[in-house]
Design a protein around this ligand. Structure first.
Ligand SMILES: *Cc1c(COP(=O)(O)O)cnc(C)c1O
Length: 390
């Protein structure tokens, strides 16, 4: 079986060393030494002054909205993971969707201004698949209307915008260190800001709102992460450069292999250092996307319709049709991409895709039989070798 992603795991001995140290200290959580060490090493690695390690990417978003005291409407993207919209609703704000750019799949800055009302307090945009939004354009609009900006940078570990970590941008950026992300701490996440006062406020919020041994000045939550999670992060951070290299190599190999496939890759601008966190392909038609997904599944290869559905169609929001997003969600597919994916497996996935395009299964019986014949001639084994049985 080839899944769409596999969590990276360091050597168990590396993890064990950290776990032993936890036993020695008997300090399990509450801002322990491994959490501190991870925060320090992340700041060094990302070249950032401020960040806070938290329990996950969703609480990171909630803390960001809370710390900025956002009210009313928040302009956001319909093309993201459900946590982006959920965190807005959880903070009792209203998501106002703005359609996406058909090339980058990020929120379209040209459509933001027309969505601004007197109730708008912020823009919460996702850097989709790790590809940064048009940050300059968004910031210009925010400045013009006095809005706050939060970036959901859950996909962005290692991404740079104009030679700086993309986490630097916006009033607050958030990320996720969930097991499925490029860099992970099993569960985990972080908030980033350049504003020290905002950082302090978020630190209080992360810890129940404590701002002295017995004093509380604001409503907080428990978003502290544990020594065990930090241990995984410390291990993985040592390998993250290799992980980034490997993703790039695999992604470029996919792009090369699939040149003849009638699909569009996400377009990447030159002033951005992309991390190749995902390998999305956009098909010409929903039909071809389904045909490819089904064919791959028959061979034990699992892609993911990510993101699907459009967040503007969730049952608990005001439905809004978003022509570009509605069309993209129907045709997008993320191909398997993870550190231990082998080139032979990747080549096999590519061949299957190209073959489906060449011999599409149509509705007429004749062509259906033909498609079936082709399908039966090739049996694909899970370790990446094709076995011709005819
Ligand atoms: C993964 C993800 C999140 C949520 O992160 P968790 O750590 O799983 O809570 C939020 N936004 C986006 C875009 C994500 O991909």
């Amino acid at each position: 079986m080839i899944p769409v992603t596999k969590p990276y795991l360091p050597k168990v001995e590396e993890f064990e060393n950290y776990i032993r140290s936890i036993w020695d200290r008997q300090w399990l959580t509450n801002n322990g030494p491994l959490v501190n060490d991870l925060e320090l090493k992340l700041k060094n690695y990302l070249n950032l002054d401020y960040l806070l390690y938290v329990t996950n990417g969703t609480t990171a978003l909630q803390i960001a909205i809370k710390a900025l005291e956002l009210k009313g409407e928040i302009i956001t993207t319909p093309f993201s993971f459900v946590a982006t919209t959920n965190s807005i609703l959880w903070q009792e704000c209203e998501p106002v969707y703005v359609d996406i750019d058909p090339e980058t799949f990020n929120i379209d800055p040209d459509k933001i201004e027309e969505a601004i009302t007197s109730k708008t307090s912020a823009i919460l945009a996702t850097h989709v698949y790790g590809n940064p939004c048009n940050i300059d354009a968004i910031q210009n609009i925010a400045d013009k209307y006095g809005l706050k900006v939060i970036y959901d940078a859950a996909h962005c570990f290692g991404t740079k915008y104009k030679n700086k970590s993309v986490f630097e941008y916006g009033d607050i950026s958030t990320t996720s260190f969930h097991a499925t992300k490029l860099f992970h701490t099993i569960e985990g996440g972080a908030v980033f800001t350049k504003n020290p006062e905002l950082l302090e406020k978020m630190a209080f919020i992360r810890n129940f709102g404590y701002c002295g041994p017995d004093t509380f000045s604001l409503v907080g939550i428990n978003a502290k992460n544990s020594e065990f999670h930090a241990a995984m992060g410390l291990c993985n951070l040592m390998h993250v450069d290799a992980i980034l290299e490997r993703r790039k190599l695999l992604s470029l190999h996919y792009r090369e292999n699939l040149k003849r496939l009638k699909v569009k890759f996400q377009s990447l601008d030159s002033d951005r250092d992309y991390n190749y966190a995902y390998c999305p392909i956009l098909f010409d038609s929903e039909e071809l996307m389904h045909a490819c997904m089904t064919k791959l599944e028959l061979s034990g290869i699992y892609c993911r319709r990510y993101f699907f559905p459009s967040l503007a169609t969730l049952p608990f929001v005001n439905h809004k049709s978003m022509p570009v997003c509605d069309s993209v969600v129907k045709r997008i597919l993320c191909l398997p991409l993870y550190d231990s994916l082998t080139i032979p497996d990747l080549d096999m996935i590519s061949r299957i895709l190209l073959r489906v395009q060449q011999y599409p299964v149509r509705n007429s019986t004749k062509q259906k039989d033909f498609g079936g014949l082709i399908a039966n001639r090739i049996e694909v084994s899970i370790n990446g070798h094709e076995k011709k049985i005819n």
